[in-house]
Design a protein around this ligand. Structure first.
Ligand code: CO
Length: 132
């Protein structure tokens, strides 16, 4: 496994992109709207991993609710796994609580599943199976 991405919820995507550009000289590799999640995600490459900026496209989005409740900030850490179902089984067998019963399709067409933040000291974890 490795870190696939660290996701930050933002309330102003173009402002956040400008901040990461001017502070760290990084340009987004992709900016993708995910209608099923009611959000736009921008992937900023750092070596083999990414910082992912998440911006709600609808007030009903979980990202909109997160930002409203807690303000912009760290949203989740994504672990890249070879087999998302095997990783889900491992979490369940280890006593972790999954938020998804079956994998969903995330950005880039990857199969993903989320682990409840209560299982890992308040940090939401995403399991990402690389589509390649
Ligand atoms: Co993610």
């Amino acid at each position: 496994m490795k870190i696939d991405h660290i996701a930050i919820a933002v309330d102003d995507l173009s402002g956040a992109l400008e901040t990461w550009r001017s502070l760290y000289g990084v340009e987004p590799e992709t900016v993708e709207e995910i209608p099923t999640e009611k959000l736009t995600e921008a992937m900023l490459p750092f070596g083999d991993s990414y910082v992912q900026l998440l911006h709600a496209t609808d007030p009903a989005s979980t990202i909109a609710k997160f930002v409203e409740k807690r303000g912009p900030g760290l949203h989740h850490i994504a672990l890249r796994v070879p087999d998302v179902e095997a990783a889900m089984k491992s979490v369940a067998e280890g006593g972790g609580r999954l938020l998804d019963e079956t994998p969903r399709i995330g950005g880039g067409g990857h199969r993903v599943a989320f682990v409840h933040p209560k299982s890992t000291a308040g940090v939401l974890i995403e399991l990402v199976e690389n589509a390649e």
